[in-house]
Design a protein around this ligand. Sequence first.
Ligand code: GLN
Length: 456
Amino acid sequence: AQHFLGRIGANGALGAFVSLDADVTLAQARAADEKLAAGNAPALTGVPIAHKDIFVTTDFPTTAGSKILAGYRSPFDATVVRKLAEAGTVTLGKLSCDEFAMGSSNENVAVPAVGFDTATPVRNPWDGSRIPGGSSGASAAVVAARLAPAATGTDTGGSIRQPASFCGITGIKPTYGRASRYGMVAFASSLDQAGPMARSAEDCALLLSAMCGPDLDRDSTSIDRPAEDFSRNLNGSLEGLRIGVPKEFLGDGVAPGVRAAIDAALAEYEKLGAKRVVVSLPRTELSIPVYYILAPAEASSNLSRFDGVKFGHRAAHYKDLGDMYAQTREEGFGDEVKRRIMIGTYVLSHGYYDAYYLQAQKVRRMIADDFQQAFKECDVIAGPAAPSVAWKIGEHGDDPVADYLADIFTLPASLAGLPGMCLPVGFGEGNMPVGLQLIGNYFNEAKLLNAAHRFQ
Ligand code: GLN
């Protein structure tokens, strides 16, 4: 913990941490030392970890990247945080993220990082002029920069897999319902999943085993399936493994450097005994409009709880109760959050519900069915996590749709609730990292981790 706190202090320019407290961290580390000395310590005892600031914690403030949660401190720990602590981890601090996890670049952040006076985008450690990806951008950046051996992330539409790709690290989003959402500030509840981000598939397997498991009393979508040891089959043979590459994932929109790195990785898999087969996910393009209807719809409902009464910020000047809500939300939410609340309330409103929300739900089901067709012909699906390498800070300017379009390869698995991971496989344009995305059928996390581990 001392080593990593030192590195964090020396690398504050990345803008990755929004909350640090060395006293808290070192007290946890001393407790871990005592457990180790007593000889009955669980597997992850003393392993430092940093948490995305979307998980509520008692030891550190929680902002979800938003001004509206300024000054908020939770009276309880998120289940994922609690389970990791019970497995022995030591918390290094809280990590920047796009506000309420809405974003693909960690530029939509409204709270200042430690050492900054104003909100600042997180920098990619491979090239400080580029984004680390998002929304778990800082989680990927700190692992890549060796400021933490591991971090938690959340993935609603790609927020673990895409920053892992952009920063050259490994991350996994489990099957929807495997990791409890209790204490994860809600964005789109039918999509949100937590997962680990670390240097290797092996580390991710150890962390994921600690994070998953039923939490039926606290999360109504938690799956009643016992926690697994995800590292049990890391060295399994890949002989005969059918890797399905969706033809829609390597079309014209993919940067040549990304395509070359993915092709080289697939060739490497063939050397390890796997077979490459072509599959189709015909509704890949539709995943963008479907997600950007459903996720804002759910967000508009979830974010109604931030009204200045119960949590964080409250406007200083207002005329009456209605005005207090309005002023608080006007001051507290950033542009992207407001945009999504407006889209979400629009698609849910009378007269538009059938045309947008209901229609999107139907196509979501078809996207999930397409995966089941594909899994008749293959064991895992592989392709890029994003069409390009990390772009430059500010490159997408005021064009949110440019960000949305770049989510095309991560959204389908999110909408289907399937497990997905990303592992570093090479470098593309600008010598920036390229990740390979692996998607498995429901509950096939161990298969994905095995495939990733054998590559690494
Ligand atoms: N980029 C997507 C969005 O902005 C996904 C974010 C996420 O997975 N949290 O909604």
